[in-house]
Design a protein around this ligand. Structure first.
Ligand SMILES: [Zn+2]
Ligand SMILES: [Zn+2]
Length: 345
């Protein structure tokens, strides 16, 4: 089968012909990929960002935002059957360690078994995963439409659920960065909270998208962004700022938009946040990191998606066009999310 594999860090991945994955364990599940979301993290994996912290062997097939149909199952698999449409949690966890027992699969004691990073991913025709990692799609959801929810949407649901208790009526939330995650973020915030949603991005197209999907206000990410946000928040800043950018001047600006006793949720990464400790102490500001999400986050997200609550704006590419998709993402031509479709279906 065809697979997009990374052979060396700092070099573009290649389309290879590889053997089809086989069931070897009783809990294995092979999924026929219907869509695989392309993520900025794929660029970071290519560029070796994870190499110092997450040991992994190359070559590896990229792609951690996968959805498709069950193709083959191991002898002990009971939660799905061949033909079922499923979405795949990227982490292939053990299910029995203390972290897994409390639903924190990302911190499974077996370590990070992350699809598209330490395990072969979904930029391929078939994906080998486990029964614990697959969730049957509810309603009429189609794999190609929901694939980015496997990480982009899941990460958003994870951070938004943390923010929900802070976002009662009369509160404001600032969404910094209206890309693949941010545009899902605006929709999840509208669906789950009563807060006023302010979208910040430097790209006018992204702000137009934000308005169209429910942001109450949009603010261009220029030199005046902090003042504008303060103007929209009674001079105080917002109860919650969610930063989907996390690099360049975004963290400093985002932090300056947080009001006293507010919370700065960091989701995007790559940059630095430098803050005098005094600026945290007196106003009692919280800074919270966020990565991926739990199975329960994914289940709630799929339930919301099944009601039409969070449509992902996608642009599909045949698997063979992965290089075009990566270039579109890297050069800022992607609005919403790119999805690779094996066989061009
Ligand atoms: Zn991702
Ligand atoms: Zn575990």
């Amino acid at each position: 089968m065809k697979a997009v594999r990374l052979h060396d860090h700092h070099h573009p991945p290649r389309l290879d012909e590889v053997p089809e994955p086989r069931i070897s364990g009783p809990h294995d599940v092979v999924v026929r990929v219907g869509g695989a979301g392309l993520c900025r993290t794929d660029l970071h994996i290519r560029d070796g960002w994870f190499a110092p912290v997450v040991p992994s062997e190359l070559p590896v097939t990229l792609g951690h935002e996968n959805s498709g149909w069950v193709h083959e199952v191991g002898s002990a698999v009971e939660n799905v059957a061949v033909g079922d449409p499923v979405i795949c949690h990227p982490q292939q966890s053990c299910g029995v360690c203390p972290a897994c027992r409390i639903g924190d699969d990302m911190r499974c004691e077996r370590g990070l078994a992350f699809t598209g990073l330490t395990r072969d991913g979904g930029f391929a025709e078939l994906l080998l995963t486990t029964d614990r990692a697959v969730l049957p799609l509810p309603g009429e959801l189609r794999p190609v439409d929901v694939a980015p929810h496997a990480d982009a949407g899941l990460t958003v649901m994870h951070v938004v659920r943390k923010a929900v208790p802070l976002l009662g009526p009369g509160t404001r939330v600032i969404v910094v960065g209206i890309g693949g995650l941010g545009h899902i973020g605006v929709q999840c915030l509208r669906a789950l909270t009563a807060a006023e949603v302010v979208a910040v991005d430097r790209d006018p197209e992204a702000l137009k998208l934000a308005s169209g999907i429910g942001a109450h206000h949009v603010v261009p990410a220029d030199e005046q962004q902090v003042e504008r946000v303060r103007g929209l928040t009674g001079g105080q800043g917002a109860e919650v700022v969610i930063d989907f950018v996390g690099e360049g001047d975004a963290p400093a600006a985002a932090f300056a938009m947080v009001r006293a006793r507010g919370t700065y949720f960091v989701v995007g990464y790559g940059g630095e946040l430098r803050v005098p400790t005094f600026a945290l102490v007196l106003p009692e500001i919280s800074v919270v990191g966020n990565a991926v999400g739990t199975h329960d986050d994914l289940r709630e997200l799929m339930a919301l998606a099944a009601t039409g609550g969070v449509p992902v704006h996608t642009r599909t590419y045949p698997l063979e066009a992965f290089a075009d998709a990566m270039a579109d993402l890297e050069e800022g031509r992607m609005h919403g999310r790119g999805v690779l479709v094996p066989g061009g279906r």
